[in-house]
Design a binder for this molecule. Structure first.
Ligand code: FAD
Length: 489
């Protein structure tokens, strides 16, 4: 076995994938240095603190918490000494334009009652659908989430099983084969949106998220998701991982397909044996001097990117006690709206949105008597050429009007703190290609072997973790990508 003691690894980027990779490699006795462009860690899961409000920038829905706990357990540490993750009773409240609402949870009798009220015939379809997603989950998640798909055969041998699980269908089409009612179809097929995909084009393998939620529940991290990042940073410091903050990795010095050094934004160079990139793979490959062969450049060219995100963070002096922790509001048109975002790349006023009310579970996120929210609206990525410095304010006003009308009365006059992020933030600050919210889309043609490989296709000692590589976006996805790395490095 290769002697890895003291071999140097540089991890570029401190999102959840990079942090997990740093910890897993440290546990294997690599000499690990983590380099992050920003002065704080977390990437999409950074935290913005403003006048007593704590705004988690990104992930708020915590699933498969065992993947987070494992990182502490690698070093025989008790996760409860670092983080406090608590299950939620209602997972999502869905709202429709006609006022219909649906409280989605792990309580199956409440689920059946509500389905029955909307369409009695769909109760059996729902149970059958859950059973089918369990099969997808067992294959796609339990068996394949932490497998390295670096060789064609690694994909070919699983194709018969994937085809029998109908992975050629979209999530929406799979759900529709069990469910007749359009509202229920939307509710049960929305999961790809959580990882950057259009339910109408995302491979039905991602139907496994429906079952993954049922298996381990939906959780919230007390103090916000940022507390998990903080707990993991404490662990990294205790385990002597070197953390360089506020420096960008500007280039790799490559000799004969091997990276020898990385060059930082301050001009310093660091020697390394291996590089693990948590930064967006397509953006990294764009800047790499070594280009790879024809097949690889065709692969890069054919990639389709996830949607962009407009995220409006706001604190109110009025309390809104009836609002659930997670609310998803569907606009009138759904398929057409998603086509505008993903295909036509244009804005549309008939928005759907996700509203996060952290203070529903955790009063510490806002000053006493206040509420802490963010609302996320899927929008086209920057291939759209939308000028966000012109459109940002208009989008903000549209969303406030919608929310005031739908569920937060007198909102406008009660906002005391606010700011927003557009795809420009994702492109310029987080270095993602086209400002996509979740890197490349989770389509079948961009999954597993067809995604950017965990072991680079073109450099011998370059590896990837995070949303753009296998298995994909979302905290469970990027934490699993670090488990793939564990097997190959
Ligand atoms: C608004 C929003 C809400 C979300 N909600 C959820 C949710 O509820 N649940 C869930 O599971 N997932 C959610 N997700 C998805 C999830 O947050 C991401 O998929 C995941 O956090 C991405 O992690 P990552 O490891 O890919 O790294 P990222 O978070 O993308 O971090 C990459 C890091 O690399 C750094 N970097 C880039 N280039 C360089 C360089 N050259 N040098 C140094 N550093 C560099 C960046 O600054 C960044 O810190 C959400 C995402 C967003 C944006």
């Amino acid at each position: 076995m290769m002697n890895i003691k003291n071999k140097k690894v540089i991890v570029v980027g401190a999102g959840f994938g990079g942090i997990a990779a740093a910890l897993r490699l440290k546990a294997k006795k690599y000499d690990v240095t983590l380099v992050e462009k920003h002065k704080d860690l977390g990437g999409r899961a950074r935290v913005f603190k403003k006048n007593g409000f704590t705004f988690d920038a990104g992930p708020t829905v915590i699933t498969a918490p065992y993947l987070i706990n494992e990182l502490f357990e690698l070093f025989n540490k008790n996760p409860n000494d670092y983080i406090n993750i608590t299950p939620l009773k209602t997972w999502y409240r869905f709202l429709f334009e006609d006022g219909t609402n649906f409280d989605y949870s792990g309580n199956e009798s409440l689920m059946k009652n509500q389905i029955e009220k909307i369409n009695k015939q769909d109760v059996k379809g729902y149970l059958d659908l859950v059973n089918f997603t369990k099969k997808i989950f067992n294959k796609g998640y339990i068996e394949l989430a932490d497998v390295s798909f670096d060789k064609p055969f690694s994909m070919i041998k699983h194709l018969p099983a994937l085809l029998s699980l109908k992975s050629y269908k979209s999530v929406y089409s799979l759900v529709s084969s069990y469910i007749k009612n359009e509202k229920l179809r939307r509710i049960l097929s929305m999961h790809p949106l959580l990882v950057g995909g259009n339910p109408f084009t995302t491979t039905s393998i991602y139907g496994l998220i429906l079952y993954l939620e049922k298996k381990w529940g939906i959780h919230y991290s007390m103090g916000g998701t940022g507390q998990i990042v903080e707990g993991l940073e404490k662990l990294m410091i205790e385990e002597n991982i070197k953390i360089i903050k506020g420096k960008e990795v500007n280039s790799f010095i490559i000799d004969n397909k091997k990276i020898n050094k990385i060059r930082l934004s301050d001009g310093n160079e660091i020697y390394t044996d291996n590089v693990v990139c948590n930064a967006d793979p397509p953006a990294i490959y764009d800047n790499l001097k070594t280009k790879g062969g024809l097949l690889f450049s065709l692969k890069r060219k054919r990639m389709e990117y996830s949607m962009g995100l407009f995220v409006y963070y706001f604190g109110t002096k009025k309390t809104y006690k009836n609002i659930e922790h997670h609310t998803i509001k569907f606009g009138n048109k759904y398929k057409e709206h998603l086509e505008d975002i993903f295909k036509h790349k244009k804005l549309n006023a008939d928005i759907s949105y996700y509203l996060h009310r952290a203070t529903a579970t955790d009063k510490s996120m806002a000053p006493t008597g206040h509420e802490c929210f963010y609302v996320l609206v899927p929008v086209p990525n920057n291939l759209s050429k939308i000028n966000w410095s012109m459109e940002g304010e208009k989008m903000k006003d549209l969303i406030i009007d919608k929310m005031e009308n739908d569920l937060l009365p007198e909102l406008k006059k009660n906002i005391v703190e606010d700011f927003y992020l557009t795809p420009d933030y994702f492109e310029k600050e987080l270095n993602t290609k086209y400002g996509s919210g979740f890197s490349i889309q989770p389509k079948f043609s961009q999954s597993a072997y067809f995604r950017f490989h965990n072991k680079s296709e073109i450099c011998d000692n370059l590896y990837f973790v995070g949303a753009g590589t296998h298995p994909g976006a979302g905290i469970p996805g990027v934490l699993s990508s670090a488990k793939v790395l564990d097997k190959i490095l």
